[in-house]
Ligand binder design. Sequence first.
Ligand SMILES: [Mg+2]
Length: 174
Amino acid sequence: MKEWIVFLDSGDTLVDETTQEFDERGIVLRAQLIPGARELLETLRREGIPVAMVADGQAESFRNVYRGLGLESYFAQRIYSSDVGAEKPSPLMFETALRAMGLTDADKGRIVMMGNHVKKDIIGANRFGITSVLIDWSHRYPTVPETPDETPDFTVHTPLGLLDVLRMADSSQK
Ligand SMILES: [Mg+2]
């Protein structure tokens, strides 16, 4: 396989937002995964594909959720908007992830961002110049593109669909 780098959103991409349990401060204490999310992370690890989380929200919430799920170690880097001071689609989120992963602009051709929100994940990835994958497992947020900027390179219906995209994109490129 091509030496892919994967950036992943969290809510409704890996974690089912309807299962989130909050404390009185609005911090997420725990949440459940979307079916297939754990298998996706395990497969990416097995295939040696580095993964960064690029997610909007409070670092404390994400730490609670992923520690509870036993999945913190599956991410080489975790980039949270509460640390960055900007939310997707700000290029700052993607730039921070790129640099944290030890990558440069020259690596953008092998980076894939998967997320559920066309106005955050997809437009952000497209403008940043990386491959965009929309996961439309949930329709809580806009998943229908209204502009070319919001149009994903690929659409999948479940987390594991990303593996098909990586393999397909692999064989269609040099
Ligand atoms: Mg999301």
